[in-house]
Design a protein around this ligand. Structure first.
Ligand code: 6V0
Length: 317
């Protein structure tokens, strides 16, 4: 079957908590899909979300929304996993990763048992490691198992740069790559505004300070902590990021987005899932973009890869 010719656009979401339901809400508003199935360990919760969202359909465009079971993944074009346990007091990041890896394996086994043969997209944290777990558990080709990676971090970076320079964020090209987490890095060497390199644009506008740029990156890296401190969780940004990615996948857009994908030698890195700009279309990840990194960026990317490899290796599953 050629996925590009599918008449319906069916998405199943596993995990209808804050992230899953915000993503569903974005999909409904944007009219991206024709069928949406919500799956959760807590069926009542998924059913409540489906009922609530259905009442918004008359304000959007026709689509079918229901709470469902794993069997419903069989003919889905895309299954998005946003299920996961949250960190408990005293629990390390690795404990949480191991716990979520077990949950992920259980979920992916059930998705695959339905006969699913589409694209799997993971947003649960730690997203890079869990996407790797999902890839192994699914047996799907690497191109079709994708993580949300640094899509949100990249959006935060573009937003903060656009705010600083007073330019529409859609005219800012900038990437955050590596782990979705503490070891992520900005690719300063490829930031451009309206096609002008950052230092050229900044100098022309005479209000550009290196230390401000560093502060912008720190705000990107620490954004989740800052939001969680204030409202307990982050979900609108990632919900919209997942909706953007869904559109690129289902409509065969060949868009360049910073997803978590499998490195097979690109940038001299092998055997790890990590965020990097990649061309995505109806077949999943078509190719990883090969940026000409500075020496420091290359070093930081390798460092991030090593951290993720260690975490994956030390998972207790
Ligand atoms: P939440 O609101 O607690 O929702 C989690 C949902 O998952 C709940 O409805 C649970 O019932 C459900 N669930 C748990 N276990 C299972 C299971 N085995 N099968 C099916 N459903 C299950 O969490 P929230 O929605 O806030 O976060 C979900 C995940 O997204 C977490 O891992 C977050 O860390 C992660 N995020 C990822 C981001 C990214 O950029 N990739 C950004 C924000 C959050």
């Amino acid at each position: 079957m050629d996925r590009k010719l599918n008449k319906t656009k069916k998405v199943a979401i596993v995990g209808t908590g804050f992230v899953g339901s915000s993503y569903a809400y974005a999909l409904v508003n944007q009219g991206t899909v024709s069928e949406l199935v919500l799956i959760d360990l807590d069926f009542e919760r998924a059913d409540g979300e489906a009922r609530d969202l259905n009442h918004g359909v008359p304000f959007a465009s026709p689509m079918k929304i229901k709470a469902g079971k794993y069997e419903d993944c069989k003919d889905a074009d895309l299954v998005v996993i946003t299920a996961g346990a949250n960190q408990k007091p005293g629990e390390t990041r690795l404990d949480l990763a191991s716990k979520n890896a077990k949950i992920m394996t259980g979920i992916v086994d059930q998705i695959m048992a339905s006969g699913f043969d589409g694209i799997l997209l993971v947003a649960s944290n730690p997203v890079d490691v869990l996407t790797h777990v999902a890839f192994k558990a699914s047996g799907l080709p690497k191109e079709r198992v994708i993580g949300s990676g640094t899509i949100l971090d990249t959006a935060r970076f573009r937003y903060l740069l656009s705010d600083y320079f007073h330019v529409d964020s859609r005219n800012v090209h900038a990437y955050i790559v590596g782990e979705h987490g503490d070891s992520e890095l900005p690719i300063w060497s490829h930031v451009s505004i309206g096609g002008l390199p950052l230092n050229v644009y900044g100098k022309l506008n005479n209000f550009f300070e290196d230390r401000d740029m560093q502060a912008i990156f720190e705000n990107v890296r620490d954004a989740a902590y800052q939001i969680i401190e204030r409202k307990g969780a982050t979900y609108y940004g990632i919900g919209m990021g997942l909706a953007r990615l869904t559109k690129a996948l289902l409509y065969n857009e060949n868009s360049i987005l910073t997803v978590s994908t499998y490195f097979g030698g690109e940038y001299g890195i092998d055997g790890v899932y990590m965020g990097i700009p990649a061309v995505v279309n109806a077949d999943g990840v078509r190719e990883i973009l090969r940026l000409n990194l500075s020496e420091l960026e290359q070093e930081q990317l390798e460092n991030s890869a090593n951290i993720l490899k260690d975490m994956y290796k030390n998972l207790n599953i």
